[in-house]
Design a binder for this molecule. Structure first.
Ligand code: C5P
Length: 216
C-alpha cells in the first residue's frame, strides 16, 4: 500500500513555517492545518470567559470543547496577545492531550495532509514522509512579525516584539510537554536570508527528496 504524503512543518514563531506550509499544501493539493490556531483558540477562549491563563483546568475544558471547524485565522486569533495566550496554555499536558486526536485525525486523511506547528514531526505525525524544521534568527523573525502586526494597526515597539519572540521560543522549547524541538529526521531550513519564493522553493525540494526516498 502506498503511504499518504504527510508533510510536517515545525519551527518557531515567524520563521515562515505557516506561509511555507500553506504553499506546499496548495502545490500538492493537500489539506492544511495551522495547529497554532488551535492553541490560540484555547488561550483566547479562556480569556474571553474571564478566566486566568494560569488555570490549567479551565484551559483543558476549553480545549475539550473546541469546535475545530469554526476556527478561522481572523484578527481575534492572529494578534500578538493571542500568540502569547496560546504559548501559555500550550504548556499544559491536558490541553495538548485534548487537541492530539483532532490533529492526528487530520494528518491521517487518505490523501495526506500538511500540518504546521511545534510538535508535528515529533508527536503528532512521527511517521510523516516529509519533515521540515523552519527557522530564522530571532531578529529577522521579530522584524517580520513587527511589520505584519504594525501593518494592520497594532502598536508595538520592535524591541518589545523581539523580547516577546525570545520569551516565546524559550517557553516553547523549555516546556516538559511536547517541547519545540527539531525531529531527528527533519530537514532544517533557515529562512533568514531567503525571500518567500526562495524559501518555498527550498521547502519543495526537501519534500521532493522525501517523496523520492519514500516512493511517493
Ligand atoms: O504557530 P503559532 O505562533 O500560531 O503558535 C502559537 C503558540 O501555540 C506557540 O507559541 C506554541 O506555544 C503553541 N503551539 C504548540 N504546538 C503546536 C502549535 C502551536 O505548542 N503544534
Amino acid at each position: 500500500m502506498t503511504r499518504a504524503l504527510i508533510i510536517a512543518v515545525d519551527g518557531p514563531a515567524a520563521s515562515g513555517k505557516g506561509t511555507i506550509a500553506a504553499r506546499l499544501a496548495n502545490h500538492y493539493g493537500l489539506p492544511h492545518l495551522d495547529t497554532g490556531l488551535l492553541y490560540r483558540a484555547v488561550g483566547v477562549g479562556v480569556l474571553e470567559q474571564g478566566g486566568s491563563l494560569d488555570d490549567q483546568q479551565a484551559a483543558e475544558a476549553v480545549a475539550r470543547a473546541l469546535d475545530a471547524a469554526s476556527i478561522t485565522a481572523d484578527e481575534r486569533l492572529t494578534n500578538g496577545e493571542a500568540g502569547e495566550a496560546a504559548s501559555r496554555v500550550a504548556g499544559y499536558p491536558g490541553v495538548r492531550a485534548a487537541l492530539l486526536e483532532l490533529q492526528q485525525a487530520f494528518a491521517s486523511q487518505p490523501g495526506g495532509a500538511v500540518l504546521d506547528g511545534r510538535d508535528i514531526g515529533t508527536i503528532i505525525a512521527p511517521d510523516a514522509a516529509a519533515k521540515l524544521f523552519i527557522t530564522a534568527t530571532p531578529e529577522v523573525r521579530a522584524t517580520r512579525r513587527w511589520k505584519q502586526l504594525t501593518g494592520r494597526g497594532e502598536t508595538i515597539a520592535y524591541e518589545d516584539m523581539l523580547a516577546d519572540i525570545i520569551r516565546r521560543d524559550e517557553r516553547d522549547a523549555g516546556r516538559g510537554a511536547a517541547p519545540m524541538v527539531q525531529a531527528d529526521d527533519a530537514v532544517l531550513l533557515d529562512t533568514t536570508d531567503l525571500s518567500i519564493d526562495a524559501a518555498f522553493d527550498a521547502a519543495r525540494r526537501i519534500v521532493e527528496a522525501a517523496r523520492a526516498k519514500n516512493g511517493l
